[in-house]
Design a protein around this ligand. Structure first.
Ligand SMILES: NC(=O)c1ccc[n+]([C@@H]2O[C@H](COP(=O)([O-])OP(=O)(O)OC[C@H]3O[C@@H](n4cnc5c(N)ncnc54)[C@H](OP(=O)(O)O)[C@@H]3O)[C@@H](O)[C@H]2O)c1
Length: 320
């Protein structure tokens, strides 16, 4: 199916990639809005947290290490003493129980969630299977945001207008969904598994956008550009070294890379945008393979089956 033909998915055919200087840069104040951010301790996460806090948001930082999380809070407060930051230690989000427990703790602590940014993500040079029986890239980059969004769906609707922001990647291009090896990725190719996971995250973005339609909750994805972050450094081998070196040479700063996430979380002009993919704060077509309603629905249902987490059948309409 051609891009833009998916039911309920808007696509702007005349979008062009614009230089950074031309990109809209007008995020609005987020005064006290609750913004939940995963992967907050990484390069893009820290810059996104800083950007959201700078707009006055109450930023809930999901970190898998208390030590790293506390250091992050201190470093942002050193720059921005007024920052409203709250740390939640989440364990390993690739583990389904930890993702579910994170959602439960968020539901206990926060009576509203205005923005949910799924930023945690990684590439793995070696195939690893989690205790739940899923390949780790798929578990972290796809199943975890799926579980969090499903479990937080009602709270997002109650908080509407609310926004879900999925940090995908241009690495989704040229990839297809490996339906036969969705859970175990055999044979395993690190770059392939990573690109596929980001394609899957975009397909889920479209299906979530469709299922949240009429509730006031929007769901969009983005590519942050190549960014000088810790990306790939979890691999103490050739892949980690090559990625680290490449990003240090061609990557842009995390602050610039985080702009699109902060923009989607805050800008008034994207209030009504949903099911779209953004690059440099502009809607942009994702790959043709990512606009396939049958694949979107099939993947959503597979994720429900694999995670045991179901999207609520009935969600209140906007304003009800
Ligand atoms: N950098 C790029 O060029 C680039 C390009 C396109 C897309 N992206 C995407 O951008 C997002 C942010 O990546 P980044 O570049 O900022 O990389 P990063 O510096 O490696 O940050 C990754 C973040 O995810 C967290 N994380 C990793 N595995 C986790 C797990 N199992 N459970 C909980 N948290 C986990 C990390 O926590 P720790 O600090 O504890 O490790 C860290 O906070 C990712 O989704 C990535 O795929 C990056």
């Amino acid at each position: 199916m051609a891009p833009g033909h998916a039911k309920g998915i808007r696509w702007q055919p005349n979008v062009r990639v614009v230089p950074e200087s031309e990109a809209p840069a007008a995020p609005a104040a987020l005064d006290g809005r609750v913004c939940v951010l995963s992967g907050a301790t990484g390069g893009l996460g820290r810059a996104t947290a800083r950007g959201l806090a700078g707009l006055g948001a109450r930023v809930v930082l999901l970190a898998r290490s208390a030590e790293k999380g506390s250091a992050l809070v201190s470093s942002i407060r050193a720059e921005l003493p007024e920052a409203r930051l709250e740390l939640l230690v989440v364990g390993d989000l690739a583990n389904l129980e930890d993702s579910a427990a994170t959602a439960d703790r968020l539901l206990e602590r926060y009576s509203r969630i205005d923005v949910l940014v799924h930023n945690a993500g990684a590439i793995f040079s070696r195939r690893e299977i989690t205790t739940n029986g899923f390949e780790r890239t798929f578990a972290l980059n796809v199943l975890s945001p799926f579980v969090l969004t499903c479990r937080l769906a009602r709270r997002l609707v109650e908080s509407a207008p609310a926004r879900v922001v999925n940090v995908a990647s241009a690495a989704h291009r040229m990839r297809t969904v490996p339906w036969e090896t969705l859970a175990d990725r055999r044979p395993y190719r690190p770059l392939g598994a990573y690109g596929e996971s980001k394609l899957e995250l975009i397909l889920l973005t479209h299906e979530f956008a469709r299922r949240f339609a009429g509730t006031g909750v929007t769901v969009n994805s983005l590519h942050p550009g190549l960014v000088r972050s810790g990306f790939g450094r979890n691999n103490p081998d050739g892949l980690g070294r090559v990625l680290g070196w490449t990003l240090s040479v061609v990557g842009r700063s995390p602050r610039i890379g985080a702009r699109t996430s902060v923009y989607l979380a805050s800008a008034p002009e994207v209030r009504g945008s949903t099911g779209e993919y953004f690059v440099r704060s502009r809607a942009h077509p994702s790959s043709a393979a990512s606009y396939d309603p049958a694949a979107e629905r099939r993947l959503f249902e597979e994720c429900e089956r694999m995670s045991g987490c179901r999207f609520p059948a009935q969600l209140g309409p906007e304003g009800s």
